[in-house]
Design a binder for this molecule. Structure first.
Ligand SMILES: C=C(O[C@H]1C=CC=C(C(=O)O)[C@@H]1O)C(=O)O
Length: 407
């Protein structure tokens, strides 16, 4: 057996250089905390649902013994327990830490001097909604009836848009566009190609929702639920924010997520802090109710991936009670979610890492992009409003693809 490689100091990289260095097949992840760009595969991490943190820990230890310095596990896990996962120990990892420890200025992440982002993927698109919008609205109506009748309290129903272009989609340009438009988002690109795929498949997106991060002994989660479209018009946006703060329906929808996240983290953390009332956070496309939950874990405590597996799926993407919500989703949604509503991120040997909820994303393969967006259905949900909310959520990806307004 070889002895562990001595820890080497990490070279310093610029965030913008790492974004520019992304190539198809790389793993890219950026957030307020830093940028991680990974290339090549040292080892694949297998493991069934609920067991992936243990498989990741084993793979990291084996990587150290094989001489990999500072190994990490990176990748994505699908929505359903039997969905695929794409987790690896990469051969090469380059990182850039955010300058102040926890936030970027726009300029840190911009690859060039370009001020106004313009979609680099100029494709004439054919758009196919799955299902048709009226069928989605009908399924929301059915879910509202189920909620009125029985045990189901919340279910998140999603719909998909398939965009087909005339030429191949550049994932590199799409990723760059997403990062430039919203440097505060958790932006990612993950190769999720599976055997038999006719072309490489990449999961790419800009999620606003931190499932969980661990940095040293500090654990943070940032559940979101309860939404309004962001229009860019100051008066309408101020009204949307004011409405969101007092909407009983949205506060109830949000409270279910915040309570589940606090309950799960409470099993692992001490000193849990859960603000009493949510705040409103904004992305370029949406306003969301947001609760930032923090706590601490002891030495040898759970890794970020163990915490993420315990939290997944939160009622931000599934529902309450979870099994009934999952069954309802399987029955009412015509398309398999794949990686949408799963998790994307990284974890290291010390257990540090960051995992986000896989929303505001697309699976891209050659000329096609499949986008998903969902909305939380609770008592009192209006099918037309939930449909409009999913259209607004598609905005993040549609703008970056130059296809705004097709949803
Ligand atoms: C399920 C999605 O968003 C979640 C995150 C924020 C707000 C949500 C909502 O208000 O329904 C959703 O729970 C999505 O973007 O596809």
């Amino acid at each position: 057996m070889s002895s562990p490689a001595p820890a080497r100091p990490r070279p310093v990289h610029r965030a913008a250089d790492l974004l520019a260095a992304y190539l198809p097949g790389s793993f890219y992840y950026s957030s307020a905390r830093g940028v991680l760009l990974a290339d090549g595969v040292h080892a694949h991490v297998r493991g069934a649902s609920g067991n992936r943190a243990a498989a990741a820990a084993e793979a990291l230890e084996a990587a150290v013994l094989a001489g990999v310095a500072n190994p990490v596990v990176v990748g994505a896990i699908g929505f359903r327990p039997d969905s695929g996962s794409s987790l690896i120990v990469p051969a090469v990892v380059r990182r850039a830490e955010a300058p102040g420890g926890d936030s970027w200025t726009d300029g840190d992440l911009r690859p060039g001097r370009e001020e106004t982002p313009r979609p680099a993927n100029q494709n004439p698109w054919t758009v196919v909604p799955r299902p048709a919008p009226e069928v989605y609205a009908e399924s929301v109506r059915e879910a509202v009836d189920l909620i009125a009748d029985g045990e189901l309290r919340k279910v998140v129903l999603a719909r998909a848009l398939d965009l087909v272009g005339e030429h191949s989609i550049s994932v590199r340009d799409l990723l760059r566009d997403l990062v430039v438009r919203d440097p505060a988002a958790h932006a990612f690109a993950v190769d999720v190609s599976a055997p038999g795929d006719p072309a490489p498949r990449t999961l790419v997106g800009a999620s606003p929702e931190l499932l969980v991060s661990r940095k040293g002994n500090v654990v943070t989660a940032n559940p979101l639920a309860g939404s309004r479209r962001r229009t860019g018009d100051p008066a309408r946006d101020a009204q949307a924010i004011a409405e969101l703060r007092v909407s009983e329906k949205d506060l109830n929808e949000h409270a279910l997520v915040a309570a589940q996240v606090a309950e799960v983290l409470g099993r692992y953390c001490t000193g849990l802090e859960v603000p009493e009332k949510p705040e409103v956070m904004g992305t370029p496309a949406m306003w969301h109710l947001s609760t930032r939950v923090t706590g601490r874990v002891g030495p040898g405590g759970p890794s970020s991936l163990e915490l993420a597996e315990a939290l997944h799926p939160t009622p931000a993407v599934c529902g309450v009670p979870v099994d009934l919500a999952r069954d309802t989703i399987a029955r009412l949604e015509p398309e398999d979610r794949g990686y949408y509503a799963g998790l994307v991120g990284w974890t290291d040997l010390a257990g540090d890492g960051e995992w986000v909820v896989t929303i505001r994303c697309a699976e891209v393969s050659d000329k096609t992009a499949r986008l998903f967006a969902g909305a939380g259905v609770v008592a009192g949900s209006d099918p037309a409003a939930e449909l409009a909310e999913t259209s607004a959520k598609f905005g993040t990806l549609l703008r970056a693809l130059g296809a705004e307004g097709v949803a």
